[in-house]
Design a protein around this ligand. Structure first.
Ligand code: NCD
Length: 304
């Protein structure tokens, strides 16, 4: 049985194949509308979510399956003190596949060793978010036409931003990728990601405090929100939250075919005036999420 805890649980070939299936789903949705008849997806969200949970649920329903679950820990027996392991053990009897999000790093991994059905990590603390990364790769592949030969700027909270960690992990396996890491000093990419991923894969990267310094060279600009919920100190959050605000004016020096991405939710880091710029792809990105999650569910349930 396969779980998806870390994006590296999928090979590059498997990811490329899933993107192909997701594109086929976009073109021929009717072919897939009964693939999961009689299957149940459980969504166990111990942390808030809009896109991830709803796109998973929509994905399963569009495949003909059904969904159950909870969207906050307070409405489950976790509030009575139940362990994740016990919850997962039981939900496995009620469903065929589980997508779970948890504030603790590693919780989906622990869950997977107690589960009789496949577990998908839908975000664990400030650690990983592999299905957002599948969404991101689907977006890049669709909007740029390729996943190799790209200079990718990741901007904002690179310390706690789990989407960034998984994205760097995934993209480091493609050819001729360079990263520009844009963050305030306090929110730099953790050393373990630099040494275990960037250095290991011999990926060139540059670190900077400003968006402008490398903007003209970027093919992708991946903006992120400062992760308020991971801060110990409200003052630090307030000081850093509006550090970067992408505006139309700043974008004047960027490439004509730059692809601007954001996993959403956006707070202030992209001015709404940018939404009408044809290079803004973050809402398309959210749309791609459902199709790649449909392809993922099919893969994990071994449905051809
Ligand atoms: C991201 C997350 O949950 O990590 N959201 C998402 O799943 N699209 C990004 C974020 O919350 O900032």
């Amino acid at each position: 049985m396969k779980h998806l805890i870390d994006i590296k649980d999928l090979s590059v070939d498997e990811i490329d194949e899933m993107i192909k299936v997701a594109k086929d789903i976009i073109n021929h949705p009717e072919k897939y509308s009964h693939k999961c008849d009689n299957k149940i997806l459980a969504t166990l969200f111990f942390e808030p979510s809009t896109r991830t949970r709803l796109s998973f649920e929509s994905a399963m329903m569009r495949l003909g399956g059904k969904v159950l679950g909870f969207s906050e820990a307070n409405s489950s027996s976790v509030s009575k003190g139940e362990s994740v392991s016990d919850t997962i053990r039981v939900v496995g009897y009620y469903s065929d596949i589980i997508a779970m999000r948890h504030p603790k790093e590693g919780a989906p991994y622990v869950a997977s060793s107690n589960s009789i059905v496949p577990i998908i990590n839908a975000g664990d603390g400030g650690h990983n978010h592999p299905t957002q990364t599948l969404t991101d790769l689907m977006t890049i592949s669709s909007e740029k036409g390729h996943l190799d030969d790209l200079t990718i700027g990741v901007c904002g909270d690179l310390k706690f931003g789990r989407t960034v960690h998984s994205l760097i992990n995934a993209m480091s396996r493609y050819k001729n990728i360079k990263f520009v890491l844009i963050s305030p000093d306090e929110l730099k990419l953790p050393d373990y990601v630099k040494s275990n991923v960037l250095d290991k894969c011999k990926i060139k990267y540059y670190e900077t405090n400003t968006i402008e310094e490398y903007l003209p060279k970027l093919d992708i600009l991946y903006m992120t929100r400062v992760q308020k919920e991971r801060f110990f100190n409200e003052e630090d959050y307030k000081r850093l939250k509006d550090y970067y605000i992408l505006t139309k004016d700043k974008l004047k020096i960027a490439k004509k075919d730059l692809c601007i991405m954001h996993p959403l939710p956006r707070v202030n880091e992209i001015a709404t005036e940018v939404d009408s710029d044809p290079r803004a792809k973050y809402f398309e990105q959210a749309n791609y999420g459902r199709f790649i999650r449909m392809a993922l569910i099919l893969k994990m349930l071994n449905i051809k």
